[in-house]
Write a protein that binds this ligand. Structure first.
Ligand code: AMP
Length: 178
């Protein structure tokens, strides 16, 4: 199975973010899944890729040419797609995925997972997705979604498809990683 992970390109403040990324990489490798991600060697993206590789997982990176210097491309991935822009990157990350996971990250991570959610809402794909809400980082997003639901800006059906897990253990227990 290909697991597409969106996550921060910066180093996180608290250690718990790093340890959860390491745990996720180990779980992906243990199950012989392939990690698909943005292809950077920096920040928590780099930690995820390095740990997955160290544990024998295949790792596919998708990096746009305009970012390949800024984000510092990882040179030791199993496979790299160098794409022309951010749109193509997101298309490729979506095309390759069997499941999408948003780990803690910034605006880039949000943009990517929200596109996955909205593309599901309009029927572009039927793949599952989730937020891993480490240390409550996505509590605000959850609150917003509950409010959007209460104000009828989204359907209950679409709301129910957005899963939140408080830990990698909870993600594993859900069966989403198979
Ligand atoms: P961040 O969560 O902001 O650290 O970004 C995580 C990843 O999302 C990085 O690989 C960014 O290059 C990427 N990213 C940033 N902005 C966008 C965007 N507008 N569309 C898609 N990806 C983005």
């Amino acid at each position: 199975m290909n697991i597409t992970v969106f996550l921060g390109s910066r180093n996180a403040q608290k250690e718990i973010y790093e340890t959860s990324v390491i745990k996720l990489a180990q779980e992906i490798a243990k199950r012989n899944h392939t990690l698909v991600y943005g292809g950077a060697k920096v920040g928590t993206m780099g930690i995820l890729a390095n740990t997955a590789l160290e544990h024998g997982a295949k790792v596919i990176g998708v990096m746009p040419k305009i970012l390949s210097e800024k984000e510092i491309i990882h040179e030791h991935l199993t496979e790299v797609y160098l794409v022309s822009d951010m749109h193509e990157r997101k298309m490729k990350l979506q095309e390759l995925a069997d499941v999408f996971i948003a780990m803690p990250g910034g605006c880039g991570t949000m943009e990517e997972i929200f596109e996955v959610i909205t593309w599901n809402q309009i029927g572009v794909h039927q793949k599952p997705y989730c937020f891993v809400n480490i240390d409550g980082i996505y509590d605000g997003i959850k609150l917003y979604l509950e409010h959007a639901l209460s104000q009828n800006f989204m359907s209950k059906e679409n709301f129910d498809k957005i899963h939140f897990f408080d830990s990698i253990e909870a993600l594993v227990s859900s069966g989403l990683l198979k």
